[in-house]
Ligand binder design. Structure first.
Ligand SMILES: *Cc1c(COP(=O)(O)O)cnc(C)c1O
Length: 373
């Protein structure tokens, strides 16, 4: 799906230099590159405070920890997302409250969010799935109306922007109470290992998050809070500094390839290309097709996947089983049928290769093979 070796080969001398420098400097924890990367990422995102941490799941957990919610507080989130969104709430003894998503953008349905709000609601986690912003203008106003903070899980949409109701354009992850991201190697901005970060516009909140990520300490050996040991390695920060310089070009390349897929596939019966929300840019972490179900409920998604595989084309189902039906979350008491859109997406989505080192010819071959099917 993703040719990281080719992507790295293109910038090998820069990565080598970052590695060499980090080895030489030997400040492996909280070395200078961590702060430098945070500053450069902040510049790229329009100036939010950046709190680096160990991974995107920790980032979500830290954002929730910073709210000091009572046990059992309800965290509203999409029923269609990576499991980490749920996990971060569950591990803290908070209650994940999945709600259904929109069939076109795969993102949170604001009406379902509003319907799920109760006096116990502690936060809403908005996921910008596959690289496109959820309905931030409406979700922000719902958060404001009920006094509920919005956490943006931006692991998949770094660099996307969204136009808010007042016309302001903001970077994904920087509009709500806090945003989180992941530098897992396969993300649009990926480390050579694990990494993550939080974004916030509020200096005091950034300070609290920084302390929570470092054993809850306010100064060395003074622990005000129960925290985590969740830091971004100096080495990963140094490598991420290199990759961040290339991110705008890589994003533009992903967008061009998506346009190419769109024009080659838009007219295929029974297939839907990714819907685009005019208020958001799309950074195409994934290019996700829908293989429509027949009226009988039958579906040829898995058949298409095999057809592609036999012709040397990888594809992935993100995600095959919704979180509310995962064994680990059975204790929440949800049943099949409660989130019909999310459940249908699990049966009908298929993500095909999209990454910056893919050639026009390769994309044409994938599209042509799908048409042939
Ligand atoms: C990747 C991802 C995460 C978790 O990030 P890690 O760095 O792997 O912990 C969380 N949420 C979403 C939507 C993701 O795609």
């Amino acid at each position: 799906m993703l040719d990281l070796a080719a992507q790295h080969a293109a910038i090998q001398p820069e990565l080598d230099e970052a590695l060499r420098h980090t080895l030489h400097e030997a400040a492996f924890i909280q070395g200078p590159a961590v702060g430098e990367f945070a500053q450069e990422l902040s510049d790229y995102l329009g100036g939010p405070h950046i709190v680096p941490c160990a991974n995107g799941t920790d980032a979500l957990q830290l954002a929730l920890m910073s709210l000091s919610l009572p046990a059992g507080a309800e965290i509203i989130m999409p029923a269609f997302t990576y499991v980490a969104t749920l996990e971060a709430a569950a591990i803290l003894g908070l209650r994940p409250v999945p709600v259904d998503v929109r069939p076109d953008t795969f993102n949170l349905d604001p009406a379902a969010v509003e319907a799920a709000i109760t006096p116990r609601t502690g936060a809403i986690i908005v996921v910008h799935l596959f690289g496109q912003c959820a309905d931030l203008p409406v979700l922000l106003s719902i958060g404001e109306k009920y006094g509920v903070p919005l956490i943006e899980d931006n692991a998949q949409a770094i660099g996307a922007t969204c136009q808010l109701a007042d016309g302001r354009r903001v970077a994904a992850g920087t509009a709500g109470y806090a945003g989180t991201t992941s530098f897992f190697p396969s993300k649009n901005l990926g480390a050579l290992g694990d990494g993550g970060a939080l974004f916030t516009q509020d200096a005091a909140r950034a300070q609290l998050l920084r302390q929570l990520a470092n054993h809850g300490q306010t100064r060395k050996y003074h622990h005000e809070y129960i925290g985590l040991n969740s830091r971004l390695d100096t080495l990963q920060a140094a490598l991420l500094r290199v990759k961040l310089r290339h991110l705008p070009a890589w994003t533009a390349r992903r967008q061009r390839l998506a346009d190419q897929y769109d024009s080659a596939l838009a007219d295929v019966a029974g297939l839907r290309v990714p819907a685009r929300d005019p208020r958001s840019t799309h950074v195409f972490h994934q290019y996700t097709l829908i293989v429509e179900e027949a009226a009988s409920g039958s579906n040829r998604r898995d058949e298409l996947q095999r057809f592609l595989q036999e012709r040397g084309i990888p594809s992935v189902v993100y995600y095959p089983l919704p979180n509310h039906l995962q064994p680990a979350y059975g204790y929440l008491g949800y049943r099949a049928g409660q989130f019909p859109v999310a459940e249908r997406l699990c049966r009908t989505v298929l993500s095909v290769p999209i990454h910056p080192t893919l050639s026009d010819e390769q994309v044409a071959y994938v599209a042509q093979t799908i048409r042939q099917f």
